[in-house]
Design a protein around this ligand. Structure first.
Ligand SMILES: NC(=O)c1ccc[n+]([C@@H]2O[C@H](COP(=O)([O-])OP(=O)(O)OC[C@H]3O[C@@H](n4cnc5c(N)ncnc54)[C@H](OP(=O)(O)O)[C@@H]3O)[C@@H](O)[C@H]2O)c1
Length: 294
């Protein structure tokens, strides 16, 4: 960590990570606490929130507040504001997402609409509120978590990828807009990361990653998911130096994105979608080539 940056002096006292009771969100909250900021962590489940909060308090000696709020609730901003009780947020990471997978026409339309609610409507409403207040104060930081599934159309992740593409472009546009008002913003571009949510999905599909991050006998070239702590540390290593519009969680993913950029769009969609088909075929519980719903 760059000792030169005083996060509290630069941004303010309080950070909030939306979706931070475990996994990547918790790791992001811990990086903010490591940099001396007090943190608000939100999620749906009270018990895991309380546990994560006490771990952060014990390890970093900062103030931690928890707010239970469900991003699928159209009134989620009011719930968060009530939970904050007037605490101003100076640094916001919108991390949580809904990740329904499966063929577009096979899934019920309600699942696509749920992706849009949690991954598009909720970040719009929450980021709009807090970024506007940061701009009024002339300082702040905003990070929006996106996904490599947003890099091109992706088989079986159609509406999830499309919703993460919305977040990707939102963060990039805010990088420019908010900088003019003294507020830093960026998109956090994330590839496969071994979070409890990721593991849950692997269990559903009975993939080799269901039980361990590093299974033996993986086909050559299969990327191993990174640890959430590593992804969070990579984000902050970059933020400590310079805010770029798009920051990759893993240098390997940035390298691959560079290689993919040389291909045509049709090639990129086909290559990445065929990898998804293969992963479904490799799952022992799956019917050949047929993606299971998540
Ligand atoms: N993991 C990966 O491989 C991967 C890959 C690409 C991109 N990403 C992106 O990285 C971010 C985090 O990924 P992750 O899924 O692995 O999860 P994670 O960081 O483990 O986050 C899950 C957190 O969000 C909360 N949460 C989940 N659904 C919520 C809802 N509807 N309302 C409020 N809080 C909710 C969870 O608590 P509760 O369950 O108690 O609510 C938990 O605290 C997401 O934006 C995802 O799109 C992840």
């Amino acid at each position: 960590m760059d000792e030169g940056i005083d996060y509290k002096a630069r941004y303010g006292d309080w950070a909030m990570v939306v979706g931070a009771s475990y996994g990547l969100g918790e790791a992001l909250a811990r990086e903010l606490a490591r940099r001396g900021m007090n943190v608000v962590i939100t999620a749906r489940g009270h018990d895991k929130l309380a546990l994560a909060a006490s771990r952060i308090r014990d390890d970093f000696r900062v103030d931690v507040k928890t707010v239970a709020a469900d991003l699928s609730d159209p009134g989620v901003l009011d719930v968060i504001l009530a939970g904050l009780g007037g605490t101003e947020i100076d640094f916001l990471i919108f991390n949580a997402a809904l990740e329904h997978g499966g063929e577009f026409i096979v899934q019920d339309v309600e699942r696509h609409l749920a992706n849009i609610q949690v991954n598009c409507v909720a970040p719009t409403v929450v980021v709009h509120h807090f970024a506007r207040r940061m701009a009024e104060r002339g300082r702040g930081g905003v990070v929006i978590s996106s996904s490599l599934a947003a890099a091109q159309g992706l088989y079986a992740w159609s509406s999830y990828g499309a919703s993460k593409s919305y977040e990707n472009l939102l963060g990039q546009a805010l990088w420019f807009e908010l900088k003019r008002k003294g507020v830093d913003a960026a998109t956090f571009m994330i590839g496969s990361t071994y979070t409890p949510s990721f593991q849950r999905n692997q269990k559903l599909r009975q993939t080799p990653f269901a039980e361990t991050r590093t299974p033996e006998g993986l086909p050559e070239g299969t990327p191993v998911p990174q640890d959430p702590e590593e992804a969070a540390a990579n984000l902050f290593a970059q933020l400590d130096k310079e805010w770029l519009p798009l920051i990759y969680a893993n240098p390997r993913d940035e390298e691959n994105a560079g290689k993919m950029a040389a291909l045509t769009l049709a090639e990129r969609i086909t290559l990445s979608s065929e990898a998804v088909v293969r992963s479904f075929e490799a799952a022992p519980g799956a019917k050949s080539g047929e993606p299971q719903l998540m």
